[in-house]
Design a protein around this ligand. Structure first.
Ligand SMILES: [Ca+2]
Ligand SMILES: [Ca+2]
Length: 309
């Protein structure tokens, strides 16, 4: 017979969530720790019983690969195909963006260099008092007229440059910005190093027409050199058998008959297509061809297209 106090003790154990599993021969109840919600969860997971009542770590009884209840691992073919399709779609979206960004970077590189060349021409004017001639026509006469003003002690009879009859606006920048000798009587033909106004990348100086005078090629300019035109512009053009299109100074839309960069100069790159186009009005107007659109000048701060309203 149970003492009056035993039910109360059992009730207290039940109130703690314990579950009676067996009794001692003396009638004393004990409770499974695994059944108690207060017990540590890890102990419930880690232990299990064999049919003989022996307790084993649950890891030994976990499902193994190949068992009907084993957990699936790795990817299915469908999942792999979905991933591949997503990658292809992302690539299709990103590749054009990357190409556009690279093209703009190349444009920017030419624009920066055209601007640097223009700044060098401005420094030339500050140092020598005038913009250099573009050698569009009568190169020797233009050279002598300019240098006579710049170097008052120049010996015109002996300071004669050779082979200048074919100098043209594609060679004028290199001819003038490479500097002069320190000999004031022989600025062109004197010995010694020259004081260059612009630091040309030697790897991009070339003499395509073999006339002894170098042209300067933009890094991404498809072998079409920078062309320099100085005002007045009327009637000036530049072509070469190895270059597509015709380089012309760009007129402004307004006022009619004026040019972009009046009383100054224009430096023109054919852009990444290497084609000068037709050199029509700037920034819009008749004669403005597709090939003009990627042209880069010292006054457009980028491509001509980017400067269009
Ligand atoms: Ca040449
Ligand atoms: Ca072009």
């Amino acid at each position: 017979m149970q003492s009056p106090g035993k039910p109360a003790a059992r009730d207290r154990n039940r109130s703690r969530g314990g579950r009676q599993t067996c009794c001692t021969p003396g009638g004393q109840a004990h409770f499974s720790a695994a059944a108690s919600p207060d017990a540590a969860p890890s102990s419930r997971r880690k232990m299990s019983q064999t049919p003989g009542g022996e307790r084993l770590p649950s890891d030994l009884t976990a499902p193994r690969p190949g068992d009907p209840g084993a957990a699936r691992s790795g990817f299915t073919l469908v999942e792999l195909l979905v991933v591949v399709v997503i990658i292809v779609i992302l690539a299709a979206l990103l590749v054009p963006v990357v190409f556009i960004a690279l093209a703009r970077a190349r444009d920017a590189r030419i624009a920066v260099e055209a601007s640097n060349l223009a700044q060098a021409v401005e420094r030339y004017k500050i140092e020598y008092g005038d913009y250099p001639p573009d050698l569009f026509s009568g190169p020797l006469a233009a050279i002598n007229a300019h240098l006579t003003r710049v170097f008052r002690y120049r010996n015109v009879a002996t300071d004669v440059p050779t082979g200048v009859a074919n100098l043209d606006p594609s060679e004028a920048l290199v001819f003038w910005l490479r500097g002069f000798s320190d000999d004031p009587t022989l600025p062109l033909t004197g010995s010694g190093a020259r004081n260059a106004t612009f630091d040309f990348d030697q790897s991009r100086l070339t003499d395509r027409d073999g006339d002894g005078h170098q042209e300067y090629i933009p890094r991404d300019g498809q072998n079409a050199p920078y062309v320099y035109f100085r005002t007045p512009y009327a009637g000036k053009t530049w072509t070469h058998a190895s270059v597509s299109g015709t380089a012309k100074p760009y007129p402004a839309d307004t006022p009619v008959g004026s040019y972009a960069q009046p009383n100054s100069f224009q430096i023109i790159s054919a852009g990444q297509d290497g084609h000068f186009g037709s050199g029509g009005s700037f920034p819009s107007g008749t004669g403005y061809a597709t090939q003009d659109r990627d042209n880069i000048t010292n006054f457009s701060e980028g491509t001509l297209e980017s400067a269009m309203p």
